[in-house]
Design a protein around this ligand. Structure first.
Ligand SMILES: Nc1nc2c(ncn2[C@@H]2O[C@H](COP(=O)(O)OP(=O)(O)OP(=O)(O)O)[C@@H](O)[C@H]2O)c(=O)[nH]1
Length: 776
C-alpha cells in the first residue's frame, strides 16, 4: 500500500506558515518587544483567571500568550481548562479546505478509498467517529505505528495545544487538544449568546472588547474574543486567523416547540373556489347572476336547448359519416398546416411539343478519363470562357489554392467544391454545372477519374446524353492501362453513343502543341473507341489545353504554336454544340409512366426542406403530382421543380431536374431509389435475368450490380446460357463465361431492387468492370 498518493495540492495546502512567517526577529521570545507585550498582557490574563478562581504562574501565562499569538481570550480558556476533566465534545464537520478537496478528488480519480485523510493523515483514525474507525480495518493493512515513525513526539505540551487549531480538524493532532479548546470556546459563546436575549452579535463583540479593557467587569462565561487585534500587537507577523464560521442567529431561550409535519392536504380547486373571494383585489363590482347568464336567461333560465339536446343534435348531424371518414377529415385538417400544392392539371406532352420551337437544344455530357488528365480544369475553363463563372470567382479560387500550394488547381475548383477534393486535388463524386451558349443549354457531369470512384462515374455517365473523354496527350499509356479504357467501356455500357475526345495538355507537350503527338494519340484512342463499339461518325477529336484555354471556347491565335489546330479542328464548345443527340423519340418516352432515379437527396432551401435530383428517364412530372418512391413505397407531393436552375411547372424525360417534395421525410429517400408514378409503380425484384457482354471471366459468384446511381451486392446464381449476337442460344448452362462472350445469367439480390426491363446494368467484381448488359 502506498502511503501518500499523487494528489494535486493547492499551493495554499503546501504553504508552510511557520517557516514563512516566523523566520524573523519576532520569533525570538525574549526580544525586547515581546517582553513588553508579556508585561502588558500577563496581568490581563491573570485578572481573568482570578475571577474564575484559577491560579497560574507567570511562566504558564506567558507560555499561553506566546503560543496563542497574544490572544488573551484563548490563553484564559486554555489555562482555565488545563486541569479540567477531559471531555470528548462531539465533533462538528468543518468546511473542507482546498487541500481536503484535492485529496478527496484524487481519491475519487484513483478509484481508491473515498477518504483522503486515511492516506494523508492516518492519525485521524484514532480519534474520529466510528464511521471512519470501521474503514480502518479494511484499509489499514499494516501496523498503525508505521504511520508515526517520522513524527516528532517530543514537542512540548503547551505548543502542541496551539498549533493545531490553525490546521484543519482532520489533521493529525499531535500537539494536544486545541480543537477541544475551540469547542469549549464555542460552547461558551453559545451560552453567552443565549443569555443576551435580543442582543445583536455586535453587542456580543463589543462586550468581548470591553473585557480586554475592563477585565474586572468581565464574566466567566463570556466568550473570549475571537477578533484578532493586529494593530495593537503588531510585533509578531501573524496571518489573520480564519474567522470562525458565522454563527446562526442565537435561538430564543425558550425551548422551541418541536415542529410537527403538516399532514393536511392542500385544498382542492373546488375548495379554494368556495373559500376565497373571487373578487378579492379587484376594483370592479361583483357580477350578478343576471350578468353571468344574460338578461334573456334571467327571465327564463331554462329557455333554449339543454346541454343534452346540443349533444343529441350534434350526433344527429354526424349520423351516416363513418369513423374512417371523420378520421380522414382530421388528416386533411392536419395537412392543411402545410402549404397545399395544387396540380394545374397540365397536359405536359402537349405543352412540351408546343414549346419545342422556343427551346434551345440541350444536352448533358459526362466528362470522363484517367485521373489527373485535366477533366475538372478543362470544365473550369469552359465555364469561365462561356461566362458561367466570373473571372472574379476564379481569382478567388486562385488565391485560396495558392495558400494551399495548389495554384494549378484553381480552375478545377470551379467543379471540385468539396473541401477534401480541393485539399487532395482529386475529384470524388461527379459534379454538376450548367452553362448556356446562344445555341444550346448544357449540363456538365464531371466524373471522378480515380479507379476508387468508378461507381460514382457510372452514376454520372448514366445521366448523360454524350461523353467528353479527356486524354492527357503526354500520359496516354498510363490512361490506356487505367481508367481511360475502363471509362470508354462504361460510357458504352450505359448507352452513350457520342463521344468527344479532348486531347489535353498539349501546351505541356515536347515540343508544345506537337501536331505529331496529337495525331499519334488520336489514332490510339480512335482504335480503342471503335473496338469498344463506338461508331466512327460519333467520335470527334479536339486538341486543347484546359489550363491555358487554347481551343476550348476560343480558337488559338494565328501566331501561337497552336495555330495549326484551328485549320482542321473544332473548339471543344463547337464540338459540343454539333454533337447534341436529336431527341426524336421524345414524345413517345414522355407519354410513358414516370421513372426517375434519385442521384442526390438534399435540402433545397428553407421552404424546400426535402429535395431530390436526378434525370427523368421516362414520363413527365408536374407540380402537385403525387409520386411514389421505391423501394420504400412512400408517397410524396411535388411542391416545386427546377430545371437548369430555373423554376418550372413541369419536367420531362431526358431532363435533369430537382424536385422539391412535401409529405415525405428525407429518411425515406436515398440515392439510387426510383421515383415512379403512383398509378404505375415499379415493383422490386429479388431475382432477375440479365443479358450481358462479358468483359472479364465470370463464374457463379458474388458481384456488384450497378444501375445508374444504384449499386447493390448480388450473386450470379446461374449461368443460364451463352448466346449469339441475335440472342439465340449457343450453349446451355456453361460452367464459365469467357471474355467477349454474350450470355444470359440469373442474379439474386439480398433485398428487393426496383428494376425495369430493358434497364442498363453494369456488373463489377473485385473493383473491376466484369460485364455490362440489360435487364430482361
Ligand atoms: N500543363 C497543363 N496542365 C494541366 C492542364 N489541365 C490540367 N492540368 C493540370 O493537371 C492537374 C490535374 O488537373 P485536374 O483538372 O484536377 O485533373 P482531373 O482529371 O480532373 O483529376 P480527377 O478529377 O481527380 O480525376 C492539375 O495540376 C492541373 O493544373 C493543361 O491543359 N495543361
Amino acid at each position: 500500500m502506498q502511503r501518500v498518493k499523487n494528489v494535486e495540492y493547492d499551493s495554499d495546502d503546501l504553504y508552510d506558515e511557520e517557516h514563512e512567517e516566523y523566520g524573523d526577529e519576532s520569533d525570538n521570545r525574549d526580544s525586547e518587544q515581546n517582553r513588553g507585550s508579556f508585561a502588558e498582557l500577563t496581568p490581563v490574563v491573570r485578572a481573568e483567571l482570578e475571577e474564575a478562581g484559577v491560579q497560574a504562574s507567570d511562566k504558564a501565562i506567558e507560555d499561553a500568550l506566546w503560543n496563542s499569538f497574544w490572544d488573551v481570550g484563548k490563553s484564559v480558556v486554555f489555562l482555565k481548562n488545563r486541569n479540567a476533566p477531559k471531555q470528548t465534545p462531539k465533533k462538528q464537520e468543518k468546511a473542507k479546505s482546498k487541500f481536503d478537496q484535492a485529496a478527496e478528488r484524487s481519491a475519487k480519480e484513483t478509484g481508491e478509498l473515498n477518504f483522503p485523510y486515511v492516506r494523508l493523515f492516518p492519525l485521524v483514525w484514532c480519534d474520529v467517529s466510528g464511521d471512519v474507525e470501521e474503514r480502518r480495518g479494511t484499509v489499514c493493512a499494516f501496523p498503525a505505528m508505521n504511520w508515526f515513525h517520522d513524527v516528532p513526539w517530543t514537542l512540548p505540551l503547551e505548543r502542541q495545544s496551539h498549533l493545531v487549531p490553525a490546521l484543519p480538524l482532520y489533521r493529525p493532532r499531535l500537539l494536544g487538544g486545541s480543537s477541544k479548546l475551540a469547542k469549549l470556546a464555542e460552547e461558551r459563546r453559545k451560552k453567552a449568546a443565549a443569555t443576551v436575549v435580543g442582543g445583536s452579535s455586535t453587542d456580543i463583540d463589543l462586550s468581548s472588547l470591553d473585557r480586554l479593557t475592563k477585565p474586572k467587569d468581565s464574566k466567566e462565561n463570556d466568550a473570549p474574543s475571537s477578533v484578532a487585534e493586529p494593530r495593537k500587537y503588531p510585533i509578531r507577523k501573524k496571518r489573520e486567523p480564519t474567522p470562525p464560521p458565522k454563527e446562526p442567529t442565537p435561538p430564543p431561550p425558550t425551548e422551541p416547540e418541536e415542529e410537527k409535519p403538516d399532514l393536511r392536504a392542500s385544498p382542492t380547486d373546488f375548495a379554494r373556489t368556495l373559500s376565497t373571494n373571487p373578487m378579492q383585489g379587484r376594483t370592479a363590482t361583483a357580477p350578478t347572476l343576471a350578468d353571468l347568464l344574460g338578461t334573456e336567461q334571467s327571465e327564463d333560465p331554462f329557455k333554449g336547448p339543454s346541454p343534452d339536446d346540443t349533444v343529441l343534435k350534434a350526433q344527429q348531424r354526424s349520423k351516416g359519416r363513418s369513423l374512417s371518414k371523420q378520421t380522414e377529415a382530421l388528416k386533411l385538417d392536419s395537412q392543411s398546416t402545410q402549404a397545399t400544392v395544387r396540380s394545374k392539371g397540365l397536359d405536359v406532352p402537349k405543352l412540351w411539343a408546343e414549346e419545342k420551337a422556343k427551346r434551345k437544344p440541350a444536352a448533358a455530357f459526362v466528362v470522363i478519363g484517367h485521373v489527373d488528365h485535366g477533366k475538372s480544369t478543362l470544365m473550369g475553363r469552359l465555364l469561365l470562357d462561356t461566362g458561367a463563372v466570373t473571372q472574379r470567382d476564379v481569382n478567388k479560387y486562385q488565391k485560396q489554392a495558392a495558400e494551399m500550394n495548389k495554384s494549378s488547381f484553381a480552375l478545377a475548383w470551379v467543379m471540385d467544391t468539396g473541401d477534401e477534393e480541393r485539399e487532395r486535388g482529386v475529384t470524388f463524386d461527379f459534379a454538376q454545372h450548367h452553362f448556356s451558349t446562344p445555341k444550346a443549354d448544357f449540363t456538365i457531369l464531371d466524373a471522378p477519374g480515380h479507379r476508387d470512384f468508378v461507381p460514382n462515374m457510372i452514376g454520372g455517365a448514366s445521366m448523360a446524353d454524350m461523353a467528353v473523354l479527356v486524354v492527357d496527350a503526354n500520359q496516354l499509356e498510363s490512361g490506356m492501362k487505367g481508367q481511360t479504357k475502363e471509362h470508354i467501356l462504361l460510357a458504352k455500357a450505359v448507352g452513350l453513343k457520342k463521344v468527344i475526345v479532348a486531347i489535353n495538355k498539349l501546351d505541356a507537350a515536347n515540343p508544345a502543341w506537337s501536331q505529331d503527338l496529337f495525331e499519334q494519340v488520336q489514332a490510339d484512342v480512335r482504335k480503342l473507341l471503335l473496338d469498344s463499339g463506338f461508331a466512327e461518325q460519333d467520335i470527334k477529336f479536339v486538341p486543347c489545353s484546359g489550363l491555358g484555354g487554347a481551343n476550348v471556347v476560343n480558337a488559338p491565335k494565328a501566331s501561337s504554336p497552336a495555330a495549326w489546330v484551328s485549320k482542321a479542328h473544332f473548339t471543344l464548345l463547337q464540338a459540343l454544340e454539333r454533337s447534341i443527340p436529336p431527341r426524336s423519340a421524345d414524345q413517345e418516352v414522355i407519354r410513358q409512366p414516370l421513372r426517375m432515379q434519385i442521384v442526390d437527396v438534399f435540402r433545397g432551401g428553407v421552404t424546400n426542406p426535402v429535395s431530390i435530383a436526378g434525370r427523368i428517364s421516362s414520363g413527365s412530372v408536374q407540380i402537385g403530382d403525387i409520386v411514389t418512391v421505391r423501394p420504400s413505397g412512400e408517397k410524396a407531393t411535388i411542391r416545386a421543380i427546377d430545371v437548369l436552375d430555373e423554376a418550372k411547372d413541369y419536367a420531362v424525360a431526358g431532363q435533369i431536374c430537382s424536385l422539391h417534395l412535401s409529405d415525405i421525410e428525407a429518411q425515406h429517400l436515398r440515392s439510387g431509389d426510383l421515383v415512379c408514378s403512383l398509378q404505375h409503380p415499379v415493383h422490386g425484384r429479388r431475382n432477375v435475368v440479365l443479358l450481358i457482354d462479358v468483359l472479364e471471366p465470370l463464374l457463379p459468384q458474388p458481384v456488384d450490380v450497378h444501375v445508374g446511381r444504384l449499386h447493390v451486392p448480388a450473386t450470379i446464381s446461374q449461368l443460364v446460357e451463352t448466346v449469339d449476337g441475335k440472342g439465340e442460344q449457343l450453349k446451355r448452362r456453361p460452367r464459365l463465361l469467357k471474355v467477349g462472350q454474350r450470355a444470359r445469367i440469373k442474379v439474386s439480390f439480398e433485398g428487393s431492387v426496383p428494376l425495369v426491363v430493358g434497364e442498363r446494368v453494369i456488373v463489377r467484381s473485385a473493383g473491376v468492370t466484369a460485364a455490362h448488359g440489360i435487364v430482361e
